[in-house]
Design a protein around this ligand. Sequence first.
Ligand code: SF4
Length: 448
Amino acid sequence: MSKNVLIRTFGCQMNVYDSQVAAGLLEKAGYQVFFEGDNSGEEENLEKNNSGKADIVLMNTCSVRDHAENRVWGRLGMLGIEKKKNPDLIIGLMGCMVEEHREKLFKRFPQLDLMIGTRNIKELPQLIRQIQEKRQQVSRIKQDGVSIEYSEFTKRESGFHAWLPIMTGCDKVCTFCIVPKTRGHEVSMSARDVCSEAKRLVEDGVKWITLLGQNVNSYDGGHVSFPQLLGQLCEIDGLERLSFTTSHPQDATEELFQSIARNPKIGRRLHLPLQSGSDKILKRMKRLHTYGEYKTRIERLRELVPDISITTDIIVGFSGESDEDYQATKRALEEIRFDGAFIYKYSVRPGTPASNLPDDVSQTIKAHRNNELLKVQRQVMREKNEMLLGKTFSVFVESLNPENPKERIGRTDQDKRVYFESKEADLGSFVKVRLTDLRHETFRGEKV
Ligand code: SF4
């Protein structure tokens, strides 16, 4: 029987979690699983090198941007060539591209053996067995129900940190976004299930949990709101840090801010996508708030939690974005001074409401705006990070530096990465570190 499985994950942390569940289930069924890359970069060389070792290649896919889809199409082409040399190779797709394109991909890519939906991951070992026995294309794509599988066999990358999905889907209708189509309506896990899974993780040695959902703020777990859920989780003994992603500005409420302010266990970082600083574009995107409303919420949060780090997403070149609209976004970055920003060029996603709007900003202008905003943001971050030098932070120690075993790698409450030397192991604990140096966006520090 084929034994080696390579899993490549594209896209968001929800996919990272699903890949970990898939890997755990496959290992339990006797396969050896290895992950490829860290889903963050352009690792085409890695992609070319690793498939050769695998009997089964699974790609957990993302539909949010065309770039992520293009990489999967390209990889499928390469795997098709490999399969001609090795007809026993099994190629499978998981994730949002499966939900979006469904079985029609079998025709376009005859080399594809398996399509498995986000709600069917539990069936993965059995479906692979079926392919091995019958050598036929197999798909399983359930359309309803919860797409979260809590599993004690999840193959986590860290013994101390765990992802914990609490809801999936989205009932917002942002016109550029494919998520409501691929992940469906919002479905929340019950607060009881979330808390008991969190307790199980803590008993297993986890100290830091990151809650996941397309819009965690609209969590509705049987009359328990998201801030109430945070309160319940903070009461778990042994859980030392709690963070969450992602939030929609409309649901980032006073109650949530108060909850962060009250609970020191909640990480001091909020990722709150702004997307544009122009009210005209926000309206065209159906973001349900104005720039002024967004800014007022940030000011209130900073008043209640002065050490909060706020990061965001920005799209440049959305349909109808004039130079004036773009300048408003640039001004927003300068005014709000985010601690980090993911800045993307708009790409039309077929099937979204915005796909009916003209894609009327040229690639050249999109690239220019993107580069200019990246420059503005880098400058803001440099200035803000330099102000942290000399200060002492509580740092959660995640790992040893593989390139220098004397060094530890950790994260502050604001999610800033820090390298520092230590004689103790320190792994999985919090230590005090004074920040002494800054290289790009990573700090060096001294344990105090
Ligand atoms: S809030 Fe908007 S951008 Fe976020 S997942 Fe929902 S539809 Fe997409």
